[in-house]
Design a protein around this ligand. Structure first.
Ligand code: SF4
Length: 327
């Protein structure tokens, strides 16, 4: 039986965006032919600069946004064949900013128990006990049950968001920059909590992060995204010790910024991040690539299988050719 819990199959998402005054609308390919499998128990990290399509892909995996083409599957079933509540029972999100993701007018208790109400849990008498059990698991004191989000610290708010996401015991959690809005001193506590919860509850994670230190600490596998494509996938140790794609190398060489909105500094990337409405031809990374070759601006590279994933780069065309000849 397959261990794949969540899967994107050749998924594309296009938005029609205004190109400016009197210039009409143009297609923006936010996600452009992405295939990704998340297996039970994995922590798959999705990394890349702001605007590369990470959050759009996550929304499609959560069933919040339909793909323009391709398909999303949960336990092998097309997401379109599942109801909203069926999806929510398997996959839940944890968002970046606990300040804005919690309703300030609701108490901690009502925030955490809301998913039970939405799911039509038949026994309201058990809600408080289940919420308190979850609060204990995420390290929240029971005395804050009747408090409001503005009475909590940033770390406590993120714990509330985690408790809310987990109360219906989903199997997969998609964490979008789970620590970037928090003080540095609290970030490692939340990361350790996520790891503990994974072992305790048998969770599978997809973690979206621009922070490679977080990724190296947490992930078992890494997918690198650039302008809507997954340009490299590998297990974490391989990716950090022997990156193959020039963009991955540049990311690893970059100085990290604490704010994901700042993206990755361009100091190692030559040119600025391209306008996604005006994609470069061929390999879309070619204007910034330190290893650009003649064919790179003309021909888009195809995915080439590697020992633990894939890479999309003409530098490895020969390897693919050799592999094909040998097989
Ligand atoms: Fe660089 Fe060419 Fe590889 Fe693109 S295909 S990453 S431009 S070497």
């Amino acid at each position: 039986m397959s261990n794949v819990v969540l899967e994107a199959r050749d998924v594309t998402r296009t938005f029609m965006i205004s190109a400016g005054f009197m210039r009409g609308k143009r297609p923006l390919h936010a996600v452009n032919g992405v295939s990704l499998q998340v297996e039970k128990g994995e922590i798959v990290a999705l990394v890349g600069e702001s605007g590369c399509g990470k959050t759009t892909l996550a929304k499609m995996l959560l069933g919040l946004l339909p793909p323009t083409s391709g398909s999303i599957h949960i336990d092998g079933k097309p997401i379109g064949s599942l109801g909203r509540l069926d999806i929510a029972n398997v996959v839940q999100p944890i968002f970046q900013d606990p300040y804005s993701s919690l309703n300030p007018r609701k108490s901690v208790g009502s925030i955490i128990t809301l998913p039970l109400k939405v799911q039509g849990d038949a026994n309201p008498d058990t809600w408080r006990a289940r919420a308190e059990e979850m609060m204990e698991l995420v390290g929240l004191p029971r005395r804050v049950f009747n408090n409001y989000p503005n009475q909590l610290s940033g770390g406590q708010r993120q714990r509330v968001a985690i408790a809310r996401a987990l109360i219906n015991r989903p199997r997969v959690v998609i964490c979008d920059e789970p620590t970037s809005a928090l003080d540095v001193s609290v970030q490692s506590q939340i990361l350790n909590l996520l790891q503990d919860l994974r072992s305790e509850l048998g969770l599978t994670y997809m973690v979206i992060s621009h922070n490679l230190a977080v990724v190296e600490h947490l992930a078992t596998r890494v997918a690198v995204m650039y302008l809507g494509r997954l340009v490299e996938q590998a297990d974490t140790e391989t990716l950090f010790s022997a990156p193959k794609h020039p963009y991955t190398e540049a990311l690893l060489d970059s100085v990290l910024t604490p704010d994901p909105r700042l993206g990755v500094p361009d100091t190692h990337l030559g040119a600025a991040y391209p306008n996604p409405l005006d994609m470069p031809s061929g390999c879309t990374f070619h204007p910034r690539c330190a290893k650009v070759m003649g064919q790179c601006s003309k021909i888009a590279p195809r995915p080439i299988a590697t020992d633990s994933g894939h890479v999309e780069c003409h530098l490895y065309d020969e390897q693919e050719e050799t592999g094909r000849l040998a097989s």
